[in-house]
Structures are given as structure tokens and as C-alpha cells.
Design a protein around this ligand. Structure first.
Ligand SMILES: Nc1ncnc2c1ncn2[C@@H]1O[C@H](COP(=O)(O)OP(=O)(O)OP(=O)(O)O)[C@@H](O)[C@H]1O
Length: 357
């Protein structure tokens, strides 16, 4: 078998958004398992070099989409294109993608270096070349001094980085990551989030990252697709998805949001409908403080619960007009209580915006 020429991925990085052939194009993608419509009509373009996250609750279909891109599942309908080539029916090894799973699946009897080299060995890349590439991949994940260790002698985060090196060594066009940080504790997870993002920038490979953790998606991604019931509810950069959720589901799933409807909305906002307001956008003062200034909305109410969380304090407030709002205030010191629990809440008009139910 001829040696595979190394695929250069950096050359094609970053032509302006929208003018390039997408790295991945999903069109009318569906996957049904009997009666379960796991993926129910997904259309998506992911440009090259993007860090793209698929975010959603358990069972929303994101892993199934990833597995179809990888070739582990065949679509019931629709197509998958990688750089303009229809790969929908191709076997996994015929696609220029690699997958990193949550369970790292390293070979325990091999050293770190051998683990990273393994894929190249299978492809019959000559020894010197594969050693060079494996060392380079280990350097990328900052493990160049760990090549002679066995997986059991590494921490969880280090094992995860070996798994990443093992995928990067193949220089795929697209790297698929299925909850790769899921097994790590919170601190390590947060460190790895930043590292992974930095590595992605360095190598310029398109990353498609599956997670159910909204903080993780917000921290790492260039764009996020929010999944619900096999469909995408919204696609956009983190700021857009957070600041302008397209539906009540997105507002509730990405961050915490208040939804104000019914009598409360009509009376406070002056319009019927369902409105989303982020808890950190609301100011809380004593009831007798100045009413809202121009361009602000304001409502009075009674504090029903106070949760002290160290850096922040969270208040639950029952509005006099009906409805309940959660408010998060930075803990700047001082008293967290209000006289008779009576308060005035204020926020800028644009921070309460209508969402479809
Ligand atoms: N092989 C299968 N056979 C039958 N049903 C399946 C199969 N794989 C997935 N499903 C179902 O398809 C739906 C979507 O599953 P999927 O794993 O894609 O969701 P997910 O969003 O990735 O969830 P999680 O975060 O829990 O992994 C679920 O209802 C699941 O039970």
C-alpha cells in the first residue's frame, strides 16, 4: 500500500466566512431508529477551521449527528458532504475525519508514543516519519516529555491529551469530539477547555465538539448549534445564542433565564407574550429607590428566597403584577437583605425580549 501523503490542513485555513466551500455540509439529515426520530431534519454548514459545538440535553440527537459524520451510522435520509464530496455512504476510514471519544481507549500495554504512532503504523507510514509526526503531535498537546510512559502512569487530563494527539497525528480535515472532557473533574475540565481551544487555533483543523454542558460550549466555540428533539433550534456565535435566544427552549438551556408571560408581562412590559430576561441583567434595590429611568423597565415585588453563592447572591422575587423573577447580584459586600423583603427590580428595556414559546 502506498504511503499516504501528509494532508496539509493549514494552507486552506480562513478564507472569509460564507465565501468558502464548507468543511462539512449536512442537508436534510435524518436518522430514525424504528419509531425514534433521533435526528429529524438537520441542515448545517460548518466552514473550515471553525470550532463548532453541538449542544443539547441528553437524547437530543447530537451524538447521532456526530456518528453519521464519522460514518459509524448511516443516515435514514439526507446527505453529508466533506469539502464538497458526498461521503454519506462511505465507510469511516474513507472519510478524512477522526473521532476523540470520552473513554480514551488507549492501549494500556503500549507507551504514550506507541499509542500515538499506532494509527500511522497501520497506514504503513515509514518508521522515521511516523516517529517525527508522533513527537510533533505530542508536542502540540504539551506531552513531549511523556512519550515513554504507559497510560496508567498518566492523569486523566494527560490521557485525554494523548487521545487528542492520537487523532491529530493523522492530520484529519475534521476532528470530531464526543464529550471528550466528560470524565474529568471540574477544575481540570476548565483547564482543558482553554487548552483544547488553543490547540485548535494552532492546528487550524475544523473541530466539531459534542457537549451537554452549556458553559463549555460558550467558552470554547466559534459557533454553537443548540439541539432539541433531533432538530437544531438555533445556530450562532456564543454571544448571539446567549444574548438573543431564538426560543424559550434555548433561553432556558443556555444559561439561566427568566420567562415572564401572562398578566406579569402585560402589566410590567406593557405587551402580551412570553419574554426572556437574564437574571444578571436585572438590578435589585429597595422598594423605595428611584423608579426606572428612561429606557428602563421596572417592577416591584417581594423577595421569597435568597441564595448565597459566594461570588454572587441569587434572589427569587415574586412580582406584585404576577410572575416570578430570579435576580443575580454580584457580591460586593454589604447587606444582602432588604427592608420587609420589598424590592424594586429594573432592567434596560432591550434586556427583556420576546421569545416564541
Ligand atoms: N442505536 C440506537 N438505537 C435506538 N435508539 C437510539 C440509538 N442511538 C440513539 N438512539 C436514540 O436516539 C435519540 C438521540 O440519541 P443521541 O445519543 O444522539 O442523543 P444525545 O443528544 O447525543 O444524548 P447524550 O448527551 O445522552 O449522548 C435518543 O432518544 C436515543 O435513545
Amino acid at each position: 500500500m502506498p504511503n499516504q501523503a501528509p494532508t496539509e490542513t493549514r494552507e486552506e485555513a480562513a478564507p472569509p466566512h460564507g465565501t468558502v466551500r464548507p468543511a462539512i455540509r449536512l442537508s436534510g439529515l435524518r436518522k430514525h431508529f424504528g419509531d425514534v426520530h433521533a435526528v429529524d431534519g438537520v441542515d448545517l454548514d460548518i466552514p473550515p477551521g471553525e470550532f463548532f459545538s453541538m449542544l443539547g440535553p441528553s437524547g437530543s440527537g447530537k451524538t447521532t449527528v456526530l456518528r453519521m459524520i464519522a460514518g459509524f451510522e448511516l443516515p435514514t435520509a439526507g446527505t453529508i458532504e466533506l469539502e464538497g464530496r458526498d461521503v454519506s455512504r462511505l465507510a469511516p476510514f474513507e472519510r478524512d475525519v477522526n473521532t476523540v471519544f470520552q473513554d480514551y481507549a488507549l492501549f494500556p500495554h503500549m507507551t504514550v508514543l506507541q499509542n500515538v504512532e499506532y494509527g500511522l503504523k497501520v497506514k504503513r507510514v515509514p518508521k522515521r516519519q511516523r516517529r517525527e509526526r508522533a513527537l510533533e503531535a505530542l508536542k502540540t498537546v504539551r506531552l513531549e516529555d511523556y512519550g515513554s510512559r504507559k497510560p496508567a502512569q498518566l492523569s486523566g487530563g494527560q490521557r485525554q491529551r494523548v487521545a487528542l494527539a492520537r487523532a491529530l497525528v493523522n492530520r484529519p480535515k475534521v476532528l470530531l469530539l464526543d464529550e471528550p472532557l466528560g470524565a474529568l473533574d471540574l477544575k481540570l475540565r476548565q483547564t482543558m477547555q482553554l487548552e483544547l481551544k488553543q490547540i485548535q487555533r494552532e492546528v487550524g483543523i475544523t473541530f466539531v465538539f459534542v457537549t451537554h454542558d452549556q458553559d463549555e460550549a460558550l467558552t470554547m466555540s466559534d459557533r454553537i448549534a443548540v439541539f432539541n428533539n433531533g432538530k437544531i433550534e438555533q445556530v450562532g456565535p456564543p454571544e448571539e445564542v446567549y444574548e438573543r435566544p431564538a426560543s424559550a427552549f434555548v433561553a432556558g438551556f443556555v444559561g439561566t433565564s427568566n420567562l415572564l408571560g401572562g398578566r406579569g408581562a402585560e402589566s410590567v412590559i406593557g405587551r402580551p407574550g412570553l419574554f426572556s430576561i437574564r437574571p444578571e441583567k436585572i438590578r435589585i434595590d429597595g422598594e423605595l429607590s428611584e423608579p426606572a429611568a428612561a429606557g428602563e423597565t421596572s417592577a416591584t415585588g417581594t423577595v421569597t428566597d435568597v441564595v448565597y453563592a459566594g461570588a454572587t447572591v441569587r434572589y427569587a422575587v415574586a412580582l406584585d403584577a404576577g410572575g416570578q423573577l430570579s435576580v443575580v447580584r454580584q457580591n460586593l459586600g454589604g447587606d444582602t437583605a432588604f427592608a420587609d423583603n420589598r424590592v424594586r427590580l429594573s432592567w434596560r428595556d432591550e434586556h427583556s425580549f420576546p421569545v416564541p414559546g
